[in-house]
Design a protein around this ligand. Structure first.
Ligand code: XMP
Length: 326
C-alpha cells in the first residue's frame, strides 16, 4: 500500500463533528506511535505547524517540544502571538529562539533573491539543529506536511520540511495532517481552539519579509516593510477585505525618492502594496481595492512609518509578474 496516498474511504472534513473524530483518531495514533517519547516540532506560527502543535499538545502534552525560531523576518506581532497562544494559553513546552541578529548578519549585503532564500533556509536548519542537540531523548520530529505538499512536492507549499538535518539526527517523522487539504486543516484548527487569526491567515512565504525587503536587507528598510504590512493588514480588516483577498502585503525596494514632510525635504523609501487573488498561486489577478481605502492606507503609512515618503500600488497580474517581488 502507498502510505502517501489519501485513503479513498477518508471523508472530507467539513464540520466540527468530523474534525473532532479526526482529532480523536489522531490522538490515539500519535500516542501509539510516540509511546511516551519526546517529539520535536519547528513551530513557525503558520497554519499547518500551529495545527500540528495544538494536536500534539492534546495528545502528548509536555512530551512535545516546540521550537519557535524568530529569524527577524516575521510579521509584526507574530512571535508574540505564538508565545501567547502556545505558552500562555496551551501551556506548551515552547522554546523561543531569538536568532534575529544571526540571520540579519548572515544576510547583510546579500542581494540575490535565491541566495537570500538559501541563506535563510540553511540558517534555519542550523538553528533548529542546535536546539535539537540541546534536548535529551528526542526520538520523533513532527511536521506540518499536508496533502498538497505530497502531491505537488515541488509545488509552492512544499516548504514545511525541516529535512536537511544531519544524518545522526534521524528522527522518525510524525505527520498527522499529511492527508488533509488546507480547508480541512483549518476546520481541525478551529476545532482545536486555535484563534481565527492563526487558522485563517493568508499564505506567508518561509523566507518571510526577507523577500519583501528587496535586494540587500537593511534593518531600517525591514522595519518599513514590517510596519507598513501591519498597517495594511489592519486597514484591510477594517475595510472588510480580510479573508476576501487571497494575499496582500507590502514590499520595500532599495531606492529612495525625494518628498516633503512638515515643510522639510525628505529623501526616503517607498513602499509598494500588493493585493492579489488566486486559486492555486500559479496565476493571480490584482484586487480592485477601493481607492478611498488605498488613500487611507497611504496616509497612515506615510504618517506612521519612519523613513517612508511614498506609497505605490502594484497593478500587475501573474503572469507576467509573480506574486512576490523576489
Ligand atoms: P510567486 O511569487 O512565485 O508566489 O508567484 C506564489 C506563492 O508562493 C509563495 N512563495 C513562497 N512560499 N517560500 C514559501 O514558503 C518561498 O520561497 C516562496 N516564494 C513564494 C508566495 O507568497 C505566494 O503565495
Amino acid at each position: 500500500m502507498n502510505t502517501n496516498k489519501r485513503p479513498i474511504t477518508m471523508k472530507r472534513i467539513t464540520t466540527k463533528e468530523l474534525a473532532d473524530s479526526f482529532i480523536d483518531e489522531q490522538i490515539a495514533s500519535i500516542k501509539e506511535q510516540t509511546n511516551n517519547k519526546k517529539v520535536l516540532l519547528a513551530l513557525s506560527g503558520g497554519v499547518d505547524s500551529s495545527v500540528v502543535a495544538a494536536l500534539l499538545i492534546k495528545a502528548i502534552g509536555k512530551n512535545l517540544v516546540c521550537v519557535h525560531v524568530n529569524h527577524g523576518l516575521l510579521r509584526k506581532g507574530e512571535p508574540e502571538q505564538v508565545i501567547d497562544v502556545f505558552s500562555n494559553q496551551m501551556d506548551a513546552n515552547l522554546i523561543y529562539v531569538d536568532a534575529v541578529d544571526r540571520f540579519l548578519d548572515k544576510l547583510s549585503g546579500v542581494s540575490d533573491p535565491e541566495t537570500k532564500r538559501k541563506i535563510i533556509g540553511a540558517e534555519f536548519i542550523r538553528v533548529f539543529e542546535e536546539e535539537a542537540r540541546k534536548q535529551e531523548g528526542i526520538e520523533f520530529l513532527a511536521q506540518g506536511t499536508i496533502y498538497p505538499d505530497i502531491i505537488e512536492s515541488d509545488g509552492v507549499k512544499a516548504h514545511h520540511n525541516v529535512g536537511g538535518l544531519p544524518d545522526d539526527l534521524n528522527f522518525e517523522l510524525v505527520e498527522p495532517l499529511k492527508f488533509l487539504y488546507k480547508d480541512e486543516v483549518r476546520v481541525v484548527g478551529k476545532a482545536l481552539g486555535l484563534p481565527d487569526s492563526m487558522v485563517y491567515r493568508q499564505p506567508f512565504p518561509g523566507p518571510g519579509l526577507g523577500v519583501r525587503c528587496l535586494g540587500a536587507i537593511t534593518r531600517d528598510r525591514l522595519e518599513c516593510v514590517r510596519e507598513s504590512d501591519a498597517i495594511l493588514r489592519e486597514e484591510f480588516a477594517k475595510g472588510g477585505l480580510e479573508g476576501k483577498v487571497w494575499q496582500y502585503f507590502t514590499v520595500a525596494p532599495e531606492f529612495k525618492s525625494v518628498g516633503i514632510k512638515d515643510g522639510r525635504r525628505t529623501y526616503a523609501y517607498s513602499v509598494i502594496i500588493r493585493a492579489v487573488n488566486t486559486v492555486d498561486a500559479m496565476t493571480a489577478t490584482v484586487e480592485d481595492v477601493p481607492f478611498s481605502l488605498l488613500q487611507k492606507i497611504t496616509e497612515r503609512i506615510t504618517n506612521e512609518v519612519d523613513g517612508v515618503n511614498r506609497v505605490l500600488y502594484d497593478l500587475t497580474p501573474k503572469p507576467c509578474a509573480t506574486i512576490e517581488w523576489e
